[in-house]
Design a protein around this ligand. Structure first.
Ligand SMILES: [Fe+2]
Ligand SMILES: [Fe+2]
Length: 418
């Protein structure tokens, strides 16, 4: 049975179930070659975090301890409400549900979760009255190109220089290194993230040029752009939802999307991290620039027990995906990132659905384990077409959840604290 394990858990003698490539798609180790300690060092040196290995059926790397029924029963009841919009008979959903019930039961047992907090989760917040003419006004305000009239926090010049570089096929690695290195605050933050356990490089990367060599110019540019956007938006007041929780959700989705991309040996896993980081940025705009509507959308979703996404459409006439897309267009971010944001709830409508599909699955996992929140309380269903397209197996969930648990606090710290 093939299982995705963290490089730290690889035992010499295990064999990869598929060829192993580095983050830029360079071949490292062939399928079925028994791994030695030297191989494991090579994997770490090139920043490979997970590897798919063959494990005999009777050897489990994540055997779970027993949990008493008094914790499992309320956890299951709670999760059934969260998963109400899904098909629990569908294998990937059933596995995610099982993992979430165990996780919640474990939290109840350890005291980090309580039944009273769980009971408050589905409370309906007070909504606001929205009159039809206001709705029309808002639709105009939010529609592109009128979005240009919203007084967004301005992004620094370096942001625009980076987008020029990423959109110009003739720009070189040196251009990227020169621009990022010019801003000491930005390069320090990027280097701290690159040197975090999230990337797992064996030796310290102490300058941007080296980071560009190891990770690729586009990857570093995407990371630098993500850092800039979070930096610009992190201090705007969160009237409706807890901003820390919003960014926790976003960073978790980035970690999950990147882990899924790595499992698929996709070379552009960094773009997936940025896609996850920005996927719900349209909600940030709603909550901060149209809070009355944001509150009403959240209240409508809870009252009618529908997805927040659909409630946004009822209340605002537009979904956060469309607002996010307009915003990214206005910022001239690469179309590939714009598509990840635009199609993360409807990947099969995208021209190239694979990458938005991974963001979609990442978002579902993050909502299910409740790692932060962007306002949605329900878990979206896994569309069988989307799941089949990704070629993932339900065995990937524990590896993704483990990466979120391991890396979230560190990445949040690097983004938000100096
Ligand atoms: Fe979303
Ligand atoms: Fe989300």
């Amino acid at each position: 049975m093939a299982k995705i394990v963290n490089v730290d858990e690889v035992i010499p003698g295990m064999a990869p179930a598929a060829n192993v490539y580095d983050r830029r798609g360079r071949f490292l180790i062939g399928k079925d070659v028994p791994l030695t300690s030297r191989h494991i060092r090579i994997l770490k040196a090139w920043g490979v975090m997970e590897v798919s290995v063959d494990i005999p059926e009777n050897e489990s790397v994540d055997a779970l301890p027993d949990i008493e029924d008094k914790y499992l029963a309320p956890a299951e009841q709670y999760m059934k409400r969260k998963f109400a919009g899904t098909d629990l008979d569908y294998a990937p959903v059933a596995e995610l549900f099982r993992l979430c019930v165990r996780r919640k039961a474990t939290a109840l047992k350890s005291g980090t979760e309580s039944e009273s907090r769980m009971a408050r989760e589905f409370e309906i917040p007070a909504g606001a009255s929205v009159f039809p003419n206001q709705k029309e006004k808002l639709r105009n305000l939010l529609s592109d190109p009128v979005l240009n009239n919203i007084d967004l926090p301005s992004l620094p010049t370096i942001f625009h220089r980076l987008t020029n570089v990423i959109n110009n096929p003739r720009s070189s690695s040196k251009d990227v290194a020169d621009i990022v290195s010019l801003d000491t605050g930005l390069s320090a933050r990027v280097l701290r993230i690159v040197n975090s356990a999230f990337y797992g490089f064996a030796s310290k990367i102490d300058n941007i040029s080296r980071a560009v060599i190891l990770m690729g110019a586009k990857q570093i540019t995407a990371l630098a752009l993500g850092v800039q956007i979070v930096n610009t938006f992190k201090n705007i007041p969160g009237e409706l939802i807890n901003m820390e929780s919003f960014w926790k959700h976003s960073v978790s989705c980035g970690i999950a999307a990147r882990t899924l991309a790595r499992c698929k040996n996709m070379p552009n896993s960094e773009r997936m991290f940025i896609g996850g980081l920005l996927h719900d940025i349209g909600r940030l705009i709603i909550y901060n620039f149209a809070p009355i509507y944001g509150r009403e959308a959240i209240a409508t979703a809870r009252r009618k027990e529908i997805f927040l996404n659909d409630a946004e459409r009822c209340v605002l006439g537009v979904r956060h995906t469309e607002i996010g897309r307009s915003l990214l267009k206005r910022w001239k971010l690469p179309v590939s990132i714009e598509h990840l944001v635009a199609y993360h709830h409807t990947p099969m409508s995208a021209q190239t659905p694979m990458e938005p599909a991974l963001i979609c699955i990442a978002d579902i996992i993050v909502n299910a384990i409740e790692s932060g929140s962007s306002g949605e309380k329900l878990v979206h269903s896994v569309n069988p077409n989307t799941w089949d397209l990704t070629g993932l197996s339900p065995g990937v969930f524990p590896a993704v959840i483990k990466q979120i648990d391991r890396q979230l606090a560190e990445i949040i710290r690097f983004f938000f604290h100096d």
